[in-house]
Ligand binder design. Sequence first.
Ligand SMILES: Nc1nc2c(c(=O)[nH]1)N[C@H]1C(S)=C(S)[C@@H](COP(=O)(O)O)O[C@H]1N2
Ligand SMILES: [Mo]
Length: 421
Amino acid sequence: MKSQISSKNLSRREFVRTTSLAAAALTAGAASSSTAAESVIPTAPHPLITPQDDYFDLSRGTPKPHTLTGKALIDARMTPETWRCEIVADPYTDDVVKEPANLTKSLTLDDGNALDLPALMELGKEHRVYFLKAIQCLNIGTPLGQGLWEGVPLREVLRLAGQVHNVRRIYYWGFHNNNPEQVFQSSLSYTEAMETPPGEFPPFLAYKLNGEPISLKRGGPVRLIVPWAHGFKDIKWVQRIIMTNDFRSNDTYANQNNDPESHLKTAAYIDKTEDKFSFGQPVFMSGIVMAGYSGLQRVEYWLHHVEPGAKPPLPQDEKMYGDARWIPCALEAPPADWRWIFPVGVSPKDVLGFDRKTGRPTTWPLRYSMITWSAALCDLRPGKYEFRIRAVDLNGYAQPEPRPNPHTGINAIEAHRFEVV
Ligand SMILES: Nc1nc2c(c(=O)[nH]1)N[C@H]1C(S)=C(S)[C@@H](COP(=O)(O)O)O[C@H]1N2
Ligand SMILES: [Mo]
């Protein structure tokens, strides 16, 4: 894989130094009397593609499925040769769901016709999609990593089951262990799985990440990717897809007080940084911004003095934010040539969210991906400061209005306090 030119391997100090020089050069001619100056910082501290091994891992289960080896791994059908995915109908009925789902052709281990990896990749030759996605847990702010996933739309796989009757939802799970309490499952409506508006992004069964087979740790050989959703819909080691007439979502996450229909949110997050800076030096702040379901218009910051010994950051308060002076941050520009970012052999023209003719993103940032924001704070007098950041979506809604509602995804306004000495 071609690697992106990035500061990933630079230490924080080197990054600060590099960007200080660049930003100092940019602001040199501009006479500024404000306490904070907007600036363009050319170096992005976050790569657009996270190498598979660098993802933050949130795996659960005892033992964690990806730690299995040898016979246990084979028995779990988690090797490329042993991987199988069943597609079956759910016999479930109750007082409300009166008739059970059925399929003309189930794919099962018992019948020896469950989907295997060569068959999935064969489907990929004709139907494959590529999608750049940031995986983010609904309950954790900062995304876990971002990569280019390749796979086959779920609709193509479900078609293998022939005609279906009384199917309203699809649910699916991956390997966990033999303890049914630990099963982790997720679901989609039949419509979400089968019908994708033109230009939108279908759920798909992924078999590659960043041009390589998906590592065991990242959920390989096959992971189900739902482009618009938080991580809990992106089931790792997927091995069973069930079509049901039960219209209610039965996601494991719904039982844990989360909104199972949440979408990735537009929100900004602050990188860890120093809490003391020397007087006379510009202070550089940076972080990640996610472009969620409602798109991204801008990222802006608010810097204000805090009294020495002031209490921890104030609670989220619409009135306080309304009165504050918000200043736009610089956003990472799209790369000039995506061929340097994507794996060898992947044309940007084939990636969802890119223009088929020009190979450029149709929106920036790409929806459901993350980029870097940055801000240079110049001419700060000695004292204590609080820096807050928020994203404004394409509807003009700034974080956190009318949220935050943590059950649909963490997007509280982040703050960083520091001192200029
Ligand atoms: N099989 C399986 N898939 C799963 C989970 C799980 O526990 N088991 N957790 C989900 C949740 S809640 C998140 S946030 C992501 C985390 O992705 P990662 O393990 O690649 O970091 O995986 C999702 N897929
Ligand atoms: Mo999660």
